[in-house]
Design a protein around this ligand. Structure first.
Ligand code: AHG
Ligand code: MN
Ligand code: MN
Ligand code: MN
Length: 282
């Protein structure tokens, strides 16, 4: 990764901000009297993280726009790359003090932009240690994010060939019959790993192999997760790691967005399990 380009500057800024996000979550565990553009309740911590990341990322030389799931509109600051952000993914895990993350997509196109316009994507995982997975030009790299916000390279992220874990969101009665029968098969083959934060669950799949899904639901055929802020950046990372992504019919990177906050079903993991999923829903 070039040390002097805008994409590198974006990820350096994300890493530099991560300790501040993590270090200021305590005391911000209350829900505000507000809804985000997806109509979901908003934690004090969601707004805190979004404001911090918006300030830091719009200040990066070469960034022209910032958008997040917590904001209705794109923040335009000039010419350059479009950065999307899920400032705190899995923020409902703050109360039970469980894992959460930050997701960033870097698009070389105006928003809303398709996954094929991604030039890079990353997520920060606030686990027992803070790590950051960065995908750009091929195999993703996992970094340790140090307390002073620098990145130390740990490993290449390659999806293991032998899948071990699965995690499926939503409630079973809300699963369409075709997904439920697929889920029953997978449950008989793999071990359940579902922690309620996409980033934590996806990192289980990237580490051990398997499949994560937040499926189309009877109550909402577009599922729960947002294409622009969760689906395409994570699909890009999983595909770069040698896996596959799908909205049930096609790669998440091939879904043409129609509006910034649209939801999409998300299925990511080993190619075998994504192919079987698409066959089950066909
Ligand atoms: P966010 O905290 O950014 O709103 O995302 C929460 C998402 C995602 O992280 C996770 O996979 C899913 O919500 C969990 O949903 P359930 O609580 O329905 O399991
Ligand atoms: Mn949320
Ligand atoms: Mn999220
Ligand atoms: Mn979020």
């Amino acid at each position: 990764m070039g040390s002097d380009d805008a994409v590198t500057r974006v990820f350096d800024a994300v890493a530099a901000t991560a300790p501040e996000v993590r270090g200021n979550l305590a005391g911000r565990r209350s829900y505000l009297d507000a809804e985000n553009p997806s109509g979901e309740s908003v934690l004090d911590a969601d707004v805190y993280a979004d404001d911090l990341l918006e300030e830091r990322l719009t200040a990066v030389d070469g960034v022209g726009a910032y958008a997040s799931e917590e904001r209705e509109d794109v923040v335009e600051v000039g010419e350059g790359l479009s950065v999307t952000c899920d400032p705190l993914d899995g923020s409902s895990n703050l109360k039970p003090n469980n894992t959460m993350g930050t997701i960033v997509g870097v698009y070389d196109a105006p928003l809303p932009a398709a996954g094929r316009d991604l030039v890079a994507a990353a997520f920060v995982l606030y686990g027992p240690i803070t790590t950051m997975a960065v995908a750009r030009d091929g195999t993703p790299t996992e970094y340790l994010v140090t307390g002073d916000g620098t990145r130390e390279e740990l490993r290449d992220v390659e999806l293991p060939d032998d899948p071990v874990v699965y995690g499926f969101g939503g409630r079973v009665p809300d699963w369409p019959a075709d997904f439920e029968s697929y889920a029953r098969e997978v449950e008989s083959e793999l071990k359940l790993r579902y922690g309620g934060a996409m980033i934590g669950d996806v990192n289980q799949v990237l580490t051990y192999g398997g499949v994560f899904a937040y499926p189309a639901l009877e109550s909402n055929p577009n599922g729960k997760l947002r294409l622009q802020f969760e689906g395409t950046p994570i699909g890009y990372i999983v595909e770069a790691a040698g896996g596959a992504s799908s909205d049930g019919e096609r790669s998440l990177l091939d879904v043409e967005p129609t509006e910034l906050h649209q939801r999409t079903p998300v299925y990511v993991g080993n190619r075998e399990f994504v192919d079987r999923l698409e066959a089950a829903l066909a």
